[in-house]
Design a protein around this ligand. Structure first.
Ligand SMILES: [Zn+2]
Length: 351
């Protein structure tokens, strides 16, 4: 009788082990050898983004987020038409809203702010595009409660300026060391510096203007910015992402232009440096933790999230969950030993 009982327990444990492996197999996060990421933004629906930037993005297989201005499309010299926007969308680029008219939202009456946000959402929907994020024209409005509350009605996240890195916990130690998560409001009902509706990005065009950089200096600064994540993402977990904003590309003589050679060099640098290029649509917000996270890197099921205990917090983004994987390997190597460990009360999976 006792033998039957022991055998039965073993069978139950071994089946449990197998289920664990299957469940965990679904949650295995893409095998990556590096932990460098970047997001590329293209603002204002400028035509040169399609004619000049897209072929270079295509060459490296990179996808960008294009923040388009609805009333500019197909209506203004130097801007894309709908066919071009739809082609970008069809080819897997992320199309998002940059308002109806590209005006300072915080200077508008409430009903007009509402129109800039809901109208652009609808205009994109009419072209088969479900825009999830918004970028403030001129970067203005992200510090205004009325604007933010309307943005929140239509978009999951919104992009503001102008920091080198967006922190997934909004806890930039150099700029906002007292902030610990991405809640929109402080306890005293003030707006926080960084939140889901004020995701910080770096405009290299604005940086050039402010510093009068030539191409060589701007390239050096670009390299500095995209590598500034390395002190935060150094253990296989993504905590900070450089979001780079472009306007015109290879359109000499225009304002906010990046020379084609420079753009090519920058994309080549990302490619050679093994950067993973994400889009804004890859970002999401966890209402419980109040952290941002990267959808693609999340474990798929709540049970498996619990398994990935060794990472500091599942809302951060483990690229290579080494300790979880080593657990799996050990389990496969010696399930009988595991069964013994569990049988005798060892907390095997909680390391
Ligand atoms: Zn703009």
């Amino acid at each position: 009788m006792f033998i039957f009982l022991i055998t039965g327990i073993f069978v139950i444990i071994l089946v449990g082990q197998f289920q664990f492996l299957v469940t965990n197999g679904q949650s295995v996060i893409p095998n990556r050898t590096d932990d460098k990421v970047v997001i590329l933004n293209f603002d204002d629906s400028r035509k040169s983004q399609y004619t000049n930037a897209k072929p270079i993005l295509d060459k490296y297989g990179f996808k960008g987020t294009f923040y388009v201005v609805c009333t500019y499309i197909g209506a203004k010299e130097g801007y894309m038409n709908w066919q071009q926007v739809e082609t970008l969308h069809r080819e897997g680029h992320d199309i998002a809203s940059h308002s109806m008219h590209h005006i300072h939202l915080d200077k508008l009456p409430t009903k007009d702010i509402e129109f800039e946000l809901s109208g652009s959402k609808k205009c994109l929907q009419d072209h088969g595009i479900n825009a999830k994020s918004f970028a403030y024209p001129f970067g203005s409005g992200s510090d205004n409660k009325t604007v933010i509350n309307i943005v929140a009605k239509y978009y999951e996240i919104a992009r503001a300026g102008n920091d080198a890195l967006a922190f997934l916990r909004c806890d930039n130690p150099e700029i906002q060391p007292t902030q610990t998560d991405c809640k929109t409001y402080t306890d005293k009902n003030g707006l926080t510096y960084a939140n889901r509706y004020a995701v910080r990005a770096w405009s290299q065009d604005a940086t050039r203007n402010e510093n009068s950089y030539d191409d060589a200096a701007l390239y050096d600064r670009f390299i500095q910015v995209v590598n500034s994540q390395s002190s935060y993402n150094n253990d296989g977990t993504i905590r900070a992402i450089p979001i780079i904003v472009y306007h015109n590309v290879g359109d000499q003589g225009t304002d906010y232009n990046t020379d084609l050679d420079l753009f090519n060099k920058e994309m080549k640098y990302l490619h050679n440096g093994n950067f993973t290029v994400l889009t804004m649509a890859d970002l999401a917000y966890n209402d419980k933790s109040n952290y941002l996270y990267i959808k693609e890197f999340q474990p798929e099921q709540p049970e498996t999230m619990a398994v990935v205990k060794s990472t500091p917090n599942f809302t951060e983004v483990p690229l290579t969950p080494v300790s979880t994987r080593s657990n799996v390997t050990e389990s496969m190597a010696n399930p009988i030993m595991d069964a013994f460990k569990i049988l005798f009360g060892q907390q095997y999976y909680s390391r």
